[in-house]
Write a protein that binds this ligand. Sequence first.
Ligand code: ATP
Ligand code: LTN
Length: 331
Amino acid sequence: MISKIKKQIVFSGIQPSGNLHLGNYLGAIKQWIDMQQNYSCIFCIVDYHAITIHQDPKELKRRILEIAKIYLASGIDPKKSIIFQQSDIKEHTELAWILNCTARVADLDKMTQFKDKSGKNKESVSVGLYDYPVLMAADILIYGAQIIPVGEDQLQHVELARTIAKRFNSQFGNIFRIPEAQLQKQGARIMGLDDPIKKMSKSAVNTNNYIALNEKPEIARNKIMRAVTDSGGEIKYNSQSKPAISNLLTIYSLITNISIKELEKQYAGRGYGDFKRELAQVVETFLIGFQAKYNKISDKEVFDILKAGATKLEPIAQKIITNVKKNIGLS
Ligand code: ATP
Ligand code: LTN
């Protein structure tokens, strides 16, 4: 029997601001792929978020296409899900302005990502970087998205979107759905290969920290072989006492869909050398397959998919903005 129940709406996005790595793929994109079966999914290239930090215009244009291709090569299917570019729907920034008047300075002052990214340069970073979470709230609320699959570092931003939505609803009527973050059980935080205490990050100074999705497979292999390990040679998961091997087990398990328990059994009595060699092979095979798919996608195909996505979303965004404006007395 065909279900008449409407699918819940999923929304997520990635900034076109750097080289995507295994952490982004395993922590974020991979869980999106399976969600396409049971939800109405919207996946965004959040270019307005990227410009909160200076971007070279040519490079930005190239990276927007690159992210779209990464979505497609990972298995996001434009027949099932909507893929679009944030700046194609002007209502995101329109709603962000309105939400700016509901969000409070005290809310934004709590955001740890802003503190981390602004560091000691608080006086010179852009206002946009500070206001970034409000635009993210607008992205989510404008489509009435219910489920927001993200990595751990974005939880605080989704929580802020909930706070803003609830405050707005209590002042102006029940307009917004209250979204919820969804974290992966495993892999919400893939750690650096050079330092398993810090997350894998494209802004890491040491390039051995991460494996980029466009990394040459043989370089990726070397990075795995060079990854730091813990003392004691046992292949056993314990994120506290064995953070390095636990991180490598997580990567292995997520790429192959073999459970960590199963891997522990498979490697019982074997050493780090064996384990790393085989993981290096797994990563290499994954990258070769991924890059082959990526290279087959043409720019024209991407433009058409992004345009079709924006065409589907525009009327939904317009409808919400019209209601919001009515409720706050602007029209
Ligand atoms: P970076 O520190 O690499 O610049 P970021 O958080 O700015 O990371 P984004 O491109 O904004 O990177 O993140 C895209 C998605 O990938 C987000 O959902 C984020 O939570 C997730 N993500 C980023 N790094 C990791 C990681 N090391 N482990 C798991 N998920 C991650
Ligand atoms: N801030 C997020 C990207 C992002 C996002 C969103 C994620 C922008 N808008 C809406 C989920 C929902 C990041 O840096 N990863």
